[in-house]
Design a protein around this ligand. Structure first.
Ligand code: ADP
Ligand code: MG
Length: 619
């Protein structure tokens, strides 16, 4: 990796030197300096032009490629042939300058994205004598025993020891169907665990396992690039043909070969080709600076059109780190501690914010008391979890879920403003554990800013309708729906989004994954360990706050505006230049300037997106 970076840096310096020398040569030529009767513009034509011609020739001969570079090469050679050395040197110089600028913008954008990816916590849960402990996955040693919770990315390559689950290996294989895994099967680092829990032995350190994930990411990025190139290619063939025909006509009608060369020079659709990708890349770089990892440029384009935003509650609008406020046994004879212990033992295998809060609460109170192991763990997204603790079969979840399991619940009174989790053992309710989750202070301003941008907010939560209504009232969200199972969230998203009012879903949990995928734009949020949510979303917020969401939407809209301006500008410049060249009003030298000024302008407009920020008075 390091070597590649060094080579890239050296190439960058070489290109800068090349550009400086060529620029000086062109200036000298313009000043009329011609030692030995030779135009110094030759230097620029050769230094900058040779790579372009070589690349185009190689592409054409080896692969039959007809790309924009071919047209540039034709224009270059034609200009040299009729003795327009300066025009040739200038075309080549500005082409290389444009590419260098584009490369610069790309590098800056990628830099931001990479720094941000580094922020996504990569954790492993090592089983130690006193229980599981979260460690950075880079610290996993071969032979370590690790636990993997639902929705988490498997930290390293290893062998499954106990438990079973289905694993989504699509990052490695492209195969969308999850693969069933049981004891003895190998699991691979970077793939994503779905609904089960298992323990595994690490067979390789992260540095070796991660290579696969990285390779997969590179493949994904290359596929994205290929799409843009293919688009340009589809146009290039027609453009080259049109250019040749127009040039031939201009020559035939006027008898002036210089006009034909001018036409070739100004026909190159460089600025048109660069209009979209440069803006997208710059906007993705800017998004990374404010904490959002954007997977594809199309996602940003879609975000610009969004009219509604639907939020999950727990962990998204609230902190998702609730505190246990009370443990209430079902009857007067109930044992609060025994009930808490059973619930915590099962929840230790769940990734849910309520589950983790429960385990934290247990350790805060009874830290010295280790939790018993469980078997036959199963999690039902949006409902709860169940497992066997010794011979007792335990279920922990929402009241509605326990009722559907046929467990009668006693009346323990309402728990206003708090979340409640019910606990049952062998079909009988033991009681409930009450938790309090606080709204994030930034949630209310966030909803206000979204409204100022003309967006409607919706709330879709798996919590009770009462809790949904309370949060809706506190934040000013009129449409607050409670008791949403994952499939209800999905249905709600489908029903709310119309072609006229596309919807953006923001959520953090496994229960949000289907809705994130179905939404026009999905934004995953949270601690970043929930890979299932991240992989279902187009965009991931990694800074642990949604404060900058309005800014991201404004940025997406700005990006669309820049793309439109770029396209209009480059088309206008190209059309005008071709018309002038055909009319004989634009010699090749001036043509090259006008045409390439278009490209440089497009790049400059796009590059401003890298640092764009909304004016302070507009949200
Ligand atoms: P939200 O949509 O607000 O993020 P979820 O859909 O994740 O909420 O959860 C909805 C309800 O299901 C919770 O309020 C809780 O009662 C129950 N639940 C879900 N997962 C668990 C779990 N692991 N342990 C206990 N209860 C759970
Ligand atoms: Mg949630």
């Amino acid at each position: 990796m390091n070597r590649i970076c060094r080579i890239a840096a050296a190439l960058g310096r070489l290109r800068t030197a090349l550009l400086l020398i060529s620029g000086a040569a062109l200036a000298a030529s313009l000043a009329g300096w011609a030692p030995f009767g030779l135009d110094p513009a030759w230097i620029a034509a050769l230094l900058c032009g040779a790579p372009i011609v070589a690349e185009a020739a190689k592409g054409l001969l080896l692969r039959g490629d007809v790309k924009a570079g071919l047209l540039v090469s034709l224009a270059l050679l034609a200009a040299l042939w009729i003795g327009e050395i300066f025009a040739a040197g200038e075309v080549a110089f500005i082409m290389q300058l444009g590419e260098a600028l584009e490369g610069f913008a790309l590098a800056r954008a990628r830099d931001g994205v990479e720094r941000l990816s580094g922020l996504v916590p990569k954790i492993a849960r090592r089983i130690e004598p006193d229980g599981p402990r979260e460690i950075p996955s880079a610290e996993v040693r071969v032979g370590d025993r690790l636990r993997v919770l639902p929705g988490e990315q498997i930290p390293v390559d290893g062998t499954l020891l106990t438990g079973e689950s289905a694993v989504d290996e699509s990052v490695l294989t492209g195969e969308p169907l999850p693969v069933e895994k049981r004891s003895g099967d190998t699991v691979r680092g970077g793939t994503v665990n779905r609904f089960g829990v298992f323990e595994m032995r690490a067979d390789r350190p992260e540095s070796e396992s991660a290579v696969q994930r990285l390779a997969a990411l590179v493949r994904e990025a290359d596929a994205g690039k290929a799409r843009i190139v293919r688009l340009a290619d589809r146009w290039a063939g027609a453009v080259v043909l049109a250019a040749l025909v127009t040039a031939a006509l201009a020559w035939w009608l006027s008898g002036d070969i210089v006009r034909a060369v001018s036409v070739l020079v100004v026909f190159c659709p460089c600025s048109l080709v660069m209009a979209t990708p440069t803006a997208v890349v710059a906007a993705i770089g800017n998004a990374a600076r404010i904490g959002y990892l954007v997977r594809t440029g199309e996602a940003l384009e879609r975000l610009a059109a969004v009219a509604r935003v639907a939020f999950d509650k727990t962990g998204t609008l609230t902190f998702g780190t609730p505190e246990v406020t009370a443990v209430v046994p079902a009857g007067p004879a109930g044992d609060a501690r025994a009930l808490f212990r059973l619930a915590a033992a099962v929840e230790a295998h769940s990734e849910h914010p309520l589950a983790q809060a429960l385990v934290r609460g247990w350790h805060a109170r009874f830290g010295e008391d280790p939790l018993p192991g469980v078997t036959a763990f199963r999690m039902v997204p949006g409902r709860g979890v169940a497992a066997d603790v010794g011979a007792v079969s335990v279920a922990v979840g929402s009241a509605a879920w326990l009722r559907t399991l046929g467990i009668p619940l006693p009346d323990l009174g309402a728990a206003p403003g708090t979340a409640a989790v019910w606990v049952a053992a062998d079909g009988a309710c033991l009681g409930r554990i009450e938790l309090r989750d606080t709204l994030r202070p930034e949630s209310a301003p966030l909803i206000r800013s979204l409204r100022a941008l003309g967006l409607t907010a919706h709330l879709l939560t798996g919590d009770t309708p009462a809790a949904a209504a309370a949060v809706g009232a506190a934040l000013g969200i009129e449409d607050a729906r409670g008791a949403c199972l994952p499939e209800d969230k999905l249905t709600a998203v489908r029903a709310l989004q119309t072609p006229a009012a596309p919807l953006c879903m923001v959520g953090d949990g496994i229960n949000d994954a289907p809705a994130l995928k179905a939404a026009h734009v999905g934004i995953a949020f949270g601690r970043g360990t929930n890979r299932l949510a991240m992989d279902s979303a187009d965009i991931t917020a990694v800074r642990g706050t949604l404060r900058e969401l309005p800014r991201l939407i404004a940025l997406a809209r700005r990006m669309l505006a820049v793309i439109r301006a770029n396209l209009a500008l480059s088309m206008a410049v190209n059309f005008a230049a071709v018309a002038l060249a055909v009319a004989g009003c634009l010699p090749p030298t001036a043509g090259a300037l006008v045409h390439n000024a278009g490209s440089v302008l497009v790049i400059a407009l796009s590059a401003r997106l890298l640092t764009w920020a909304p004016r302070p008075d507009t949200p």
